[in-house]
Design a protein around this ligand. Structure first.
Ligand code: AMP
Length: 112
């Protein structure tokens, strides 16, 4: 999608601190980290949010969770949080599906 920030990051048009890439997804460190480790995992296909996941594209999400588990294991992350904000009221600011992976500090529940 031409005016999407994360599509531009995937295309290399905007620089990012890459963590991982394969044919399906791309992972990079968040520019404004909310924990000592904070990266985002996004599909290469433009999907606006979890609310746009369906039978045709859900395999992408399953793959992303495999990648999150693999990256967490590689980084020795034993405890971490995976978050996806859906809609402005929930805090979504970039409308390209992404999963925040946060680790390295105590976290509270419920989230703010
Ligand atoms: P959300 O607010 O849940 O939509 O998450 C979007 C995230 O993207 C925020 O945590 C931002 O800090 C992050 N972000 C925005 N622009 C960039 C960028 N150029 N590189 C890395 N992360 C970014």
């Amino acid at each position: 999608m031409s005016d999407c920030l994360f599509c531009k990051i995937i295309a290399g048009e905007i620089p990012s601190n890459k963590v991982y890439e394969d044919d399906v997804c791309f992972a990079f460190y968040d520019i404004a980290p909310q924990a000592p480790t904070h990266f985002l995992v996004i599909p290469k296909e433009h999907i606006s949010s979890v609310s746009a996941v369906n039978a045709e594209n859900s395999a992408v999400v399953a793959h992303i969770f495999e990648v999150i588990a693999k990256l967490a294991a590689e980084k020795g992350m034993e405890s971490y949080r995976v978050v996806s904000n859906i809609g402005e009221q929930a805090g979504q600011s970039v409308f390209h599906l992404h999963f925040h992976v946060l680790s390295g500090r105590d976290m509270t529940w419920p989230p703010g």
